[in-house]
Design a protein around this ligand. Structure first.
Ligand SMILES: C[S@@+](CC[C@H](N)C(=O)[O-])C[C@H]1O[C@@H](n2cnc3c(N)ncnc32)[C@H](O)[C@@H]1O
Length: 255
């Protein structure tokens, strides 16, 4: 029982698996992100391994999440699923909604760099993040990973930033190859529809991936993509396999 309490306090997201309501549970934006940044810069392998190594920084973030405090990023299991997907589809330009401290953005930047080694300059990750503090931490870690030329963190509400990228001709409609939705489940459907209106999903082959579609859940979003003729197919992929939970947590759709 004591062990269970310890697990639940360290990993609040598991509360939903035992029926404890998520209300009043804080699992991010409470100072732990600054603690993470200090943890990385105090890391004994900072100079010998972390600087310039996206994978070593992802590993250090996983290490922090396992040993210090829970982080709401995709984590290593979904990172492996997404790595396979990106290797198969080889997107060049990715937009993610909800960047947090940069874990998924660093993963995407790492894969783009491996797939299209420098001096290729046509690859880009736009990581859209509402909160300027966590976005600043992401920028710092992206830079430490040596990925500043590939990954751009942009602060602001997703819908506003998407509209701005379009109106200021920063991202042309046909340039987008992958959209990753990982911000607020209630916004997934509207932000996807905005991308459709802006022409970002007109090109055949664009990949759209949404996280957490089962828990906390985005049923409207899943219904929308599965019933939308724009997508050739749409399918679920398990996140972390806990019996009866986290099934098909990622929804993957292909234009
Ligand atoms: C689950 S986290 C993203 C995790 C990240 N994709 C990763 O795996 O490393 C969700 C993030 O979305 C951000 N967010 C919430 N509403 C947003 C909005 N309207 N636009 C952009 N970001 C938003 C939150 O501040 C939070 O940092």
């Amino acid at each position: 029982m004591e062990y269970k309490e310890e697990i639940l306090s360290k990993y609040p997201c598991f509360r939903k698996t035992v029926g404890i309501p998520m209300e009043d549970i804080v699992e991010s934006h409470d100072g732990r992100e600054v603690t993470l940044l200090k943890y990385i810069y105090n890391h004994p392998k900072l100079d010998s391994e972390l600087r310039g190594s996206p994978q070593a920084i992802l590993d250090a973030m996983d290490e922090f999440a396992a040993q210090e405090d829970f982080l709401i990023n995709i984590g290593s299991h979904k990172a492996a699923v997404l790595t396979e997907l990106l290797k198969e589809h080889q997107p060049k330009v990715i937009v993610e909604l909800g960047g947090y401290v940069g874990y998924s953005a660093i993963l995407f930047g790492k894969i783009l760099r491996e797939t299209y080694p420098p001096p290729s300059s046509t690859t880009h990750v736009y990581s859209l993040e509402l909160d300027p503090l966590v976005a600043s931490i992401a920028m710092n870690l992206v830079s430490l990973a040596g990925l500043s030329s590939v990954v751009e963190v942009i602060v602001g509400p997703s819908a506003h930033t998407l509209q701005r990228l379009h109106d200021e001709q920063i991202l042309a409609p046909n340039d987008l190859d992958m959209l990753f939705l990982d911000h607020v489940e209630e916004l997934y459907r509207d932000d996807l529809a905005l991308c459709e209106r802006l022409g970002y999903l007109d090109k055949s082959g664009v990949l759209v991936v949404a996280d957490n579609v089962v828990r906390p859940g985005a049923p409207e979003y899943r219904e929308y993509v599965r019933g939308n003729p724009r997508f050739r197919k749409s399918w679920g992929v398990p996140g972390l396999i806990v019996p009866g939970d986290y099934e098909d947590e990622l929804e993957i759709s292909l234009v």
